[in-house]
Design a protein around this ligand. Structure first.
Ligand SMILES: Cc1cc2nc3c(=O)[nH]c(=O)nc-3n(C[C@H](O)[C@H](O)[C@H](O)COP(=O)(O)O)c2cc1C
Length: 195
């Protein structure tokens, strides 16, 4: 199968490498979330930007986890996890949860959290938290897609803004229309409304 990189209209003569793939997909801005769960040695977690909303009924989220991450096996064992959507003030926390080798107390030092109904840590100051039961795990190449069924939703205060990850860099949102960026969207259907 042809797997080449095309710059503009011209093949660059380079194969689709993992690095090029990451560079291309890194142009797609995402939010950042900290996925947390309990283990035999205490709480653990990892930063993800692969969060996707998959289904409304049942309410399913997906996170794509590198097979080599310690969390891959640990989430399966915990069979439940919470997705903590990071707010702008939590960049350092997101970095910490992306650091290999930290665990338990070291990872959660100074973090204001409480166990949710599933036992997974709910981190204070997030935009939202989705507390999930593990629904299923789908193999996706060198990653595994963990599907979580939402049990409890927490919504943070509406003034919080997200951490944005773009081109391998943490950045933020700049509202082009002043304080009300959503005014320019088409009228929302009842399904869209948050409240
Ligand atoms: C912004 C950002 C997003 C990330 N998203 C993911 C992701 O979606 N899936 C993944 O497997 N790793 C992702 N990582 C890397 C993990 O957070 C990192 O490898 C972490 O140390 C894994 O921890 P563990 O080995 O203890 O599970 C991301 C890192 C950063 C900085």
């Amino acid at each position: 199968m042809d797997q080449r990189i095309v710059m503009g209209k011209h093949p660059a003569g380079e194969a689709v490498s993992p690095r090029a793939f990451r560079t291309a997909l890194g142009t797609f801005p995402t939010g950042v979330a900290i996925v947390t769960f309990q283990t035999d040695e205490g709480p653990h977690g990892m930063t993800v930007n692969s969060l996707v909303s998959l289904s409304l009924d049942p309410p399913l989220v997906g996170i794509s986890v590198d097979r080599r991450a310690r969390s891959a096996e640990l989430i399966e064992r915990a069979s439940r996890f919470a997705v903590n959507v990071a707010s702008a003030g939590q960049r350092d926390l997101a970095l910490r949860f992306a650091t290999n080798g930290l665990h338990g107390e070291e990872l959660f030092a100074g973090v204001d959290w409480t166990p949710g109904p599933t036992g997974a840590p709910i981190i204070a100051g997030c935009l939202a938290v989705v507390d999930c039961d593990l629904h299923s795990i789908l193999p996706t190449g060198d990653h595994l897609l963990y599907l979580g069924e939402a049990r409890v939703l927490y919504l943070g205060p509406p003034h919080l803004s997200p951490v944005v990850f773009h081109r391998s860099t943490f950045t933020g949102l700049r509202a082009p229309y002043g304080d009300h960026p959503f005014l320019h969207l088409p009228p929302s259907s009842p399904d869209w409304a948050m409240s």
